[in-house]
Design a protein around this ligand. Structure first.
Ligand SMILES: [Zn+2]
Length: 540
């Protein structure tokens, strides 16, 4: 391990665990089927860390004997996660997965002392942590779908059936496995609410990058963690890189400040582009290092195929990079090509306004659009300076009022569409002042309406009657907007989508883009109402 950059300078049960696995588990499939299951570098590193023991550990301690409360492995497709997890399941089922004190000189682990008559023995180094099996292990292999739990379970059964463990566990069932010590191994999904997390001692949680609030899997993870805490058990998450807009269990675990979680997530340098073939190959070499069974040519073939359909997913799956949604919502180059800073909108022109506000964290934007020409410009954007903390800054509301008032005095404002979130009182003030038929609350959290507005804006960028003032802040917010597909579909069967930030707390704001979209909705409504044609025929 020394020459691979991994240094183990702490007590761990991991070397005993790795040797036990090699002596008891067999490779479940592929060219080396039935060979002893030997860990590759990254697998050994993960095991050594998951079973890292506190120097202060006492005999009788369960989870608390270990340095890490749980572990997380984020590795690309085909890097060997499923058989690896299956081997850890075997260890937690009948192997030395618990701390049993520090070894004295000459102490050995003898299988027959632990109910296994395979004849295997392991010599401890003096002071090395010693291991023992759980008295009654209850293991739940958990994933969002049965197809995913099958990935691990299908590796687990031959690993047991075709090797030395067969003597210990003579029958592995289609649905679950009974263990000689009275324990069992189950597979569960979110459908098994009643069984979730009950008296569990080990829970492999697979593909936590798609464990979301919307599909009930955040709750599953929390329920299982409570169950584990009660039993002194531990969890292990495995996943591909996630979409940072989705706030998945994997993302939460990785971003958590907790120091007692072991995380293994190798990412390629940001300077390498996944779209460039030669650089993509370098990326694959890096993230598949330590997975010698992964063929770089066939990885490239699969990645290339997926790149055409869903480039963000290809980069997450095979490049092991956190990439948002289906990427950018709008074609930023196309947007920039529509800049016309030379255009000035004359006083008394009929216009509409779009407004999206925040109070502390995000920015607040007021955007205008001339009805007759479709020319959009940024009136003002308020943003907290980087060096001021959220507690010390709030949008200057009187200043916002002044800019709104100025717009109403300078132009003929037909309508103002404003997201009322955080701004209800300002909105009532404005509609009292400028008219209830002029100032409208436009809730951007309505999925279908928002999706229609996004589509209209996207279409406008590719049409002929859209220009903008080329404001830098607007261009950056349009560029930051990420696309999120909804479950609802349009008339042609394509998923509808809305915009969102790359992730919840991201400093990359999108509020000016949101305000521009609202202004564009108002402008479209104005044209429908004939305001563009009548030009000056109404009074504001
Ligand atoms: Zn044995």
């Amino acid at each position: 391990m020394a020459d691979s950059g991994y240094v183990v300078d702490f007590p761990t049960l991991g070397f005993l665990a790795a040797d036990w696995v090699a002596a008891h588990c067999v490779v479940p499939d592929g060219m080396n089927r039935d060979d002893p299951f030997m860990y590759s570098d990254w697998q050994l590193w993960d095991v050594v860390n998951h079973y890292r023991v506190k120097p202060t550990a006492k005999v009788g301690e369960l989870a608390t004997a270990f340095h890490n409360r749980r572990s997380q492995t984020v590795r690309p497709q085909k890097s060997g996660k499923s058989p690896f997890v299956a081997s850890v399941v075997c260890l937690e089922a009948v192997g030395p997965a618990l701390f049993a004190g520090f070894a004295r000189r000459g102490e050995r682990y003898v299988c027959s002392d632990h109910g296994c008559y395979c004849g295997w023995e392991y010599d401890y180094q003096p002071g090395e942590p010693t291991g023992m099996a759980w008295p009654t292990p209850l293991i739940q292999i958990t994933a969002f779908s049965e197809e995913q739990t099958d990935n691990i379970y299908d590796a687990l059964r031959p690993m047991i059936d075709r090797g030395p463990l067969h003597a210990l566990i003579p029958k592995t069932g289609e649905e679950f496995i009974r263990l000689p010590n009275g324990g069992r191994i189950d597979t569960v999904t979110s459908n098994a609410q009643s069984r979730l997390g009950a008296r569990v001692t080990f829970v492999p949680q697979d593909e936590t990058g798609i464990w979301l609030k919307q599909n009930g899997m955040i709750k599953v993870a929390e329920t299982q963690r409570r169950g584990l805490a009660g039993m002194g058990g531990r969890a292990w998450e495995t996943s591909n890189a996630w979409n940072p807009a989705e706030d998945s269990v994997a993302q939460r675990t990785f971003e958590s400040r907790a120091k007692d979680i072991f995380r293994d997530f190798p990412t390629p340098p940001a300077s390498l582009s996944y779209r460039n073939k030669a650089e993509r190959r370098k990326i694959h070499r890096l993230v598949y290092a330590g997975s010698p069974w992964a063929n770089i040519d066939s990885i490239e073939a699969e990645a290339f195929e997926l790149l055409e359909k869903d480039p963000a997913q290809a980069e997450r799956f095979f490049g092991n990079r956190v990439v948002s949604g289906s990427g950018a919502a709008f074609d930023i180059e196309q947007f920039n090509s529509l800049a016309r800073p030379d255009i000035t909108v004359s006083r008394r022109s009929p216009i509409v306004l779009g407004f999206d506000g925040s109070r502390f964290a995000d920015s607040t934007a007021l955007v205008a659009c001339e009805i007759t020409t479709g020319h959009i410009w940024t009136i003002a954007v308020w943003e907290r300076p980087d060096d001021v903390s959220e507690d010390d800054w709030e949008v200057p509301e009187d200043e916002v009022d002044a800019f709104v008032d100025d717009a109403f005095k300078t132009y003929k404002v037909w309508r103002m569409y404003a997201d009322p979130f955080y701004w209800e009182s300002a909105l009532s003030r404005w509609s009292a002042k400028y008219g209830v038929k002029t100032v409208f609350a436009w809730h951007t959290n309505r999925p279908r309406q928002m999706a229609e507005a996004c589509r209209a804006f996207d279409t406008a960028l590719r049409g002929e009657d859209f220009t903008h003032d080329g404001s830098e802040v607007m261009a950056s917010h349009v560029g930051h907007a990420c696309r999120r597909d909804l479950t609802i579909r349009d008339d042609t069967g394509k998923p509808m989508w809305i915009i969102q930030k790359e992730r919840r707390m991201s400093p990359k704001k999108i509020d000016a883009c949101m305000a521009a979209i609202l202004a564009w909705v108002a402008r479209t409504d104005a044209v429908k109402a004939g305001i563009g044609r009548k030009h000056y025929a109404y009074t504001a």
